[in-house]
Design a protein around this ligand. Structure first.
Ligand code: GDP
Ligand code: IMO
Ligand code: MG
Length: 422
C-alpha cells in the first residue's frame, strides 16, 4: 500500500508548483489536482517552450502518467476543453491520460457573472478574484445546489442546470448585473458534450485502488497556504482548503495515507489580488524584483505585488501543511542584490512575536528584518550544491535554521533543467 505525496504552495500562490510537479512527476504514476480550479496558472518550461496549465495536472506532458482531477476541484468545462485542445494540437495525447472525478463540481457561465457582480459591488474592498467563478461555485457546492461532473450523464441534467441558472438570474438581478450572455450558455453545453469523451470515474475508488496496487500518487496543490479559506488572510483568500488536509477531502484519501509533503516557496514573496502583505515592497526595488522575476499573473496577466521573505508566515504554513521537505524557487531573481532582507519577527501590540497573528494588516503588524548578504553572482547555470555561492548557502542555512525543515531542492531558473538537488 502506497501513500500519497503532496506538493503545495506555502505563500500566496505562484510559487512554482507547476515546474516542480513536472520535475518530480517521472517518479509517480498519477498526478492529482485536489482543489481550486482555473484560477490556477501553473507554468512548465522545457525544450524552449512554455506551457500554462489551469485545470489539467502538471504531469500531462510526461507519457504514461495518469492525471486525475479530483472531487475537490471546480471545473469550467469550456476552459478545460480549450486546454485539452491546445495540448492535443501539439501532438500530445491527452484524453486517454486525463481522468475526472464524478464528484468534481462544474463552474457555469453564471457563476462567473456572479463572481464579477460580487466583486463590482465590493468596490475598493474587492478580493481581486481571478473572476473564474470559483467563489460562487464553491458557494453552490456547500449550499447544496451545485452541478457535478457525474450529473452530465443523467437524463435530468438540463433540468438541474435550468434550476440553478434561474436562481443565478435572480441573484444577478439583486446585484443589478445586466451582462447576461446567452451565447456562453450554448458554448458551455457544447463543452459538456466534449467532456463526455473523457474517462469519468469515482475518483475516491480509483485512487484508493491505485494505492493498494502500489501505484505512486502525487497530489498537486493550487493557490497557496496563505490563500486557504480557513487559515489564509480571510476574506482575501480563495474558496477552498489549499493546505495538505485539502488533499484528503479533495481526493478521498484518509489522513494516514499522506506521505511526504513538499512545501514550495519563493526566495521572496509575491501576492496577486488584494489583502494584507506585511513585507510588501512598494518602491523601485519591488518594481525591479517584479521585472527580473517576470512577476505577472499566469492566469490574468496582472502585475504581482512583491516583497521580502516572511518567516513567521512560512513557519505557519509549514506547520499547517506538515511539510517534510522544502523547495526554494526563484533564488536567481535575487542574484543582483547586495543585501537581502528576511522578516524574522513582527511588532504586534507592543510585543515582538515570531508567529502569524489573526490580523496581519499594516495597522496591526510591522515586520522586523534581518539583513543577509547577497551573492551577486549568476546562479542560473549551477547544477550542484558545490557550484552555489557561499552567501546563497548561508541564506539557505538561515532559513532552514529558522523554520526547522530541510530545503531539498533549489530552483535557479524557470526551465525544467534549472534545478539543484541539495
Ligand atoms: P505556480 O502557480 O505555483 O505553478 O507558479 P506560476 O507558474 O504561476 O508562477 C511561477 C513563475 O515563475 C512562472 O513564470 C515560472 O516559469 C517561473 N519560475 C519557476 N521557477 C523559477 C525559478 O527558479 N527562477 C525563475 N526566474 N523563474 C521561475
Ligand atoms: P496558482 O495555483 C495566485 C488569488 C486571486 C485573489 C484570490 C481569490 O497559480 O498558484 P479566486 O479567483 O480564487 O476567487 O481569487 O486568490 N488567487 C491566486 N493567486 N496564484 C493562484 O493560483 C491563485 N488563485 C487565486 O488573485 O487574490
Ligand atoms: Mg500560478
Amino acid at each position: 500500500m502506497q501513500n500519497v505525496d503532496v506538493l503545495l504552495g506555502l505563500q500566496w500562490g505562484d510559487e512554482g508548483k507547476g515546474k516542480l510537479v513536472d520535475i518530480l512527476s517521472p517518479s509517480y504514476d498519477i498526478i492529482a489536482r485536489f482543489q481550486g480550479g482555473p484560477n490556477a496558472g501553473h507554468t512548465l518550461i522545457f525544450n524552449g517552450k512554455k506551457h500554462v496549465l489551469h485545470t489539467i495536472p502538471s504531469g500531462i506532458f510526461r507519457e504514461e502518467i495518469i492525471n486525475l482531477i479530483g472531487n475537490g476541484v471546480v471545473i469550467d468545462p469550456v476552459i478545460l476543453m480549450h486546454e485539452i485542445q491546445k495540448i492535443e494540437a501539439e501532438g500530445i495525447e491527452v484524453k486517454n491520460r486525463l481522468i475526472l472525478s464524478k464528484r468534481a463540481h462544474l463552474i457555469t457561465p453564471s457563476h462567473r457573472w456572479l463572481d464579477a457582480a460580487s466583486e463590482a459591488i465590493k468596490g475598493k474592498n474587492k478580493i481581486g478574484s481571478t473572476l473564474k467563478g470559483i467563489g460562487p461555485t464553491y458557494m453552490d457546492k456547500t449550499g447544496r445546489n451545485g452541478l457535478r461532473i457525474g450529473d452530465i450523464e443523467q437524463n435530468n441534467f438540463k433540468e438541474k442546470f435550468d434550476q440553478l441558472y434561474q436562481k443565478h438570474l435572480q441573484l444577478l438581478k439583486f446585484y443589478n448585473w445586466t451582462e447576461i450572455k446567452e451565447e456562453q450558455i450554448q458554448e458551455w453545453f457544447k463543452s459538456i458534450e466534449f467532456l463526455k469523451q473523457l474517462q469519468i470515474v469515482d475518483g475516491e475508488h480509483y485512487i484508493n485502488d491505485a494505492l493498494s496496487k502500489g501505484k505512486k500518487v502525487l497530489a498537486e496543490g493550487a493557490q497557496g497556504t496563505l490563500l486557504d479559506i480557513d487559515f489564509g488572510t480571510y476574506p482575501f483568500v480563495t474558496s477552498s482548503n489549499t493546505i495538505t488536509a485539502g488533499a484528503c477531502t479533495g481526493l478521498g484519501i484518509a489522513p494516514n495515507k499522506i506521505g511526504s509533503v513538499y512545501g514550495i516557496f519563493k526566495a521572496y514573496c509575491t501576492r496577486v489580488g488584494s489583502g494584507p502583505f506585511p513585507t510588501e515592497l512598494k518602491d523601485e526595488l519591488g518594481d525591479s524584483i517584479r521585472n527580473v522575476g517576470k512577476e505577472f499573473g499566469s492566469t490574468t496577466g496582472r502585475p504581482r505585488r512583491v516583497g521580502w521573505l516572511d518567516l513567521p508566515a512560512l513557519k505557519y504554513a509549514i506547520q499547517l501543511d506538515g511539510v517534510s521537505e522544502l523547495v526554494m524557487m526563484k533564488a536567481d531573481v535575487l542574484s543582483q542584490l547586495e543585501t537581502i532582507k528576511v522578516c524574522t519577527h513582527y511588532h504586534y501590540n507592543n510585543h515582538v512575536i515570531d508567529y502569524l497573528p489573526y490580523d496581519i494588516s499594516a495597522d496591526n503588524v510591522t515586520p522586523i528584518y534581518q539583513d543577509l548578504k547577497g551573492w551577486q553572482k549568476d546562479i542560473s547555470e549551477c547544477k550542484s550544491k558545490r557550484q552555489l555561492p557561499k552567501a546563497l548557502l548561508k541564506y539557505i542555512d538561515f532559513i532552514q535554521e529558522n523554520v526547522g525543515v530541510k530545503i531539498s531542492y533549489l530552483s535557479v531558473g524557470p526551465d525544467r533543467e534549472q534545478i539543484v538537488k541539495l
